[in-house]
Design a protein around this ligand. Structure first.
Ligand SMILES: Cc1ncc(COP(=O)(O)O)c(C=O)c1O
Length: 480
């Protein structure tokens, strides 16, 4: 197939309908083959830098490449060198698995080149984003005053929350402001604080209890100590599903404490927030509705492709108060409160339409089905824990919370932490090398742990059985 885009007459980048159509069909075929054949592929595919340099390093070409050849280059050189974060046996980090519907939502947003910054340039996209945000608000049980905006992901959502908290509670004088969180907070909290000009000693890591939840007594003590030293406590970042262990901090108590102490309560629900769709998840997340702001990541547990993050704010007006500016060259886009501009409510002016893929995903599959899938992934993590417990040398370090369990293998008679760590690293490396599954590691209370996190909508019981069997046989084989 020849997919050339020939310049004719005056030079433009225009393509014929026929070549656009053929190229588009070719791309769709490739995506469908990839998605439908995923289970049979290796989960982990990592190339060395030498290999990728040799494959891709070149000067930008003066002359164009025919699209069929470009597509072959993608399929032969790019596609095989991707680890599949959407593979059903991807249990590492927080897996992200979009659906075909979401991918096509992105294709439409991109193909129609929707500019989701201003109402006049995308009224319907703005309305859809407001609708989607309102769904999220109601799923979490936040009040009608709440609003929000879609972002690239949880990191930017946490950064945005810190900006809001700083503006709302401190204004421009923030050199003594104090942020509280636990050692299990996502690193984007530290990074966000740094970006905003806070020193590292302005982010205080409060001790956790034996369930890895923030210790309220320790928090109270830290706040009092800081106040008496002239510092200004202003923000608490709580976990609603910490990255390593899925821990949910005691949200109702934190909400009460923060209200009493005038702290902005931000809840990082980037991983765990959408568990609220499940009855059990909703109970576990009780209190999230009292937060001043919440981070959510539709590209995690709401099954949309990257990138899709969200910040929800209890009082939506804080977004406008914090971010709106009026340059002269944007006089034409002011539409009044009924016709808001999302570019007035966040860091970005030009924005892609992230709402479309979320809206299409939820509308196509329906909430009942998505809710059932979220519940099933929680069940599968619990099943994983049960299976791991049956492995003689396995030790559960933190039991399932939401859909993460952490554990390690401790060979009989071995108590030296370094030896245990090396043993578990070996097992993990061998799992990766097998290509059959991917898990990741972290530390809990100083112990090296392996994590199993189930999020993927296509993961089945047999996948969980396969990965636990694999680890059990590696533990046997590698036992010193
Ligand atoms: C709890 C939590 N917060 C924030 C983030 C950052 O999200 P993103 O990778 O979408 O920026 C993550 C990512 O895994 C997370 O687990």
């Amino acid at each position: 197939m020849d997919l050339r885009s020939e310049p004719t007459g005056e030079v433009t980048l225009e393509m014929t309908r026929e070549s656009m159509r053929s190229f588009g069909y070719r791309v769709i075929d490739s995506i469908v083959n990839q998605m439908s054949g995923l289970r049979e592929q290796s989960v982990v595919n990592v190339a060395t830098r030498d290999e990728t340099e040799a494959l891709f390093r070149e000067d930008a070409p003066e002359e164009g490449t025919e699209l069929g050849a470009l597509m072959r280059e993608f399929e032969e050189k790019v596609a095989p060198r991707q680890s599949h974060v959407d593979h059903p046996r991807m249990f590492a980090f927080i897996p992200g698995a979009g659906t075909f519907v979401g991918a096509m939502g992105d294709a439409l947003a991109s193909g129609y080149n929707i500019y989701a910054g201003t109402w006049i340039e995308s009224s319907a996209a703005h309305q859809i984003e407001m609708v989607v945000i309102d769904w999220f608000r109601s799923w979490l049980g936040m009040p009608d005053t709440a609003g929000g905006t879609l972002l690239s992901g949880g990191s930017v959502a946490n950064l945005t929350a810190l900006v809001l908290a700083r503006e709302a509670r401190l204004g421009s004088e923030f050199t003594e402001g104090m942020i509280y969180t636990s050692e299990h907070a996502h690193s984007s909290v530290d990074r966000g604080a740094r970006i905003l000009g806070f020193r590292s000693d302005q982010v205080r890591k409060v001790a956790v209890d034996s369930d890895l939840k923030i210790d309220l007594g320790a928090l109270r003590g830290a706040v009092e100590e800081d106040r008496s030293a002239g510092r200004i406590p202003f923000c608490m970042v709580a976990n609603a599903g910490s990255t390593t262990t899925g821990t949910i901090d005691p949200l109702p108590q934190l909400a009460g404490f923060c209200a009493e102490n005038r702290l902005w309560l931000h809840v990082d629900g980037a991983y765990g927030g959408f568990a609220a769709l499940d009855e059990r998840g909703r109970r576990l997340l009780e209190g999230i509705e009292r937060a001043d702001s919440v981070s959510l990541d539709p590209h995690k547990w709401l099954y949309t492709p990257f990138e899709a993050g969200c910040i929800l704010v209890r009082d939506a007006k804080f977004l406008l108060d914090t971010f709106r500016v009026y340059p002269d060259y944007l006089i034409d886009v002011a539409g009044g409160p009924d016709h808001p501009n999302f570019s007035d409510q966040g860091i970005q002016l030009s924005r892609s339409c992230r709402a479309l893929k979320i809206w299409m995903t939820v509308k196509h599959f329906g909430l009942a089905r998505i809710r059932a899938v979220i519940g099933r992934t929680m069940d599968l993590a619990a099943y994983g824990q049960e299976l791991i417990e049956r492995v003689p040398v396995a030790e559960i370090v933190s039991p399932v919370s939401l859909s993460v369990v952490t554990f390690r293998f401790v060979p009989e008679g071995v108590s030296d932490e370094d030896t245990i760590e090396r043993f578990n690293k070996q097992i993990l490396r061998r799992v990766w090398e097998s290509g059959r599954a991917m898990l990741s590691s972290s530390r809990v209370g100083g112990k090296y742990v392996i994590r199993l996190c189930v999020v993927n909508h296509n993961t089945r019981k047999a996948d969980v059985e396969e990965v636990v069997d694999l680890m059990a046989s590696l533990a046997r084989e590698l036992t010193p």
